[in-house]
Design a protein around this ligand. Structure first.
Ligand SMILES: [Zn+2]
Length: 84
């Protein structure tokens, strides 16, 4: 696993812009509170079997989703099974 500073910054930069942390594509949401199942660009499965993505208050939902996804990708990079 490669955890360079530039990779960390890239993942979180994409996340705060509500883009896919894995590829920078999107959109990842149908609406403010309704995420897509997969990234439309790289196909990354957005529900990765981890609870806690949706614990933040309603207004921060999209940001909490993408930021937790970026954090998760730092330690568990996307596998081919998670990309369609
Ligand atoms: Zn993607």
């Amino acid at each position: 696993m490669h955890l360079s500073t530039s990779r960390v910054l890239l993942l979180f930069w994409r996340a705060v812009r509500l883009k896919c942390p894995n590829c920078g594509g999107g959109p990842l949401f149908h609406s403010w509170v309704k995420p897509r199942a997969h990234c439309p660009s790289c196909g990354l499965l957005l529900e990765r079997g981890e609870d806690g993505y949706q614990v933040a208050p309603f207004v921060f939902f999209p940001f909490s989703k993408t930021l937790f996804l970026a954090f998760d990708l730092l330690f568990r990079p996307a596998t081919t099974d998670e990309l369609r």
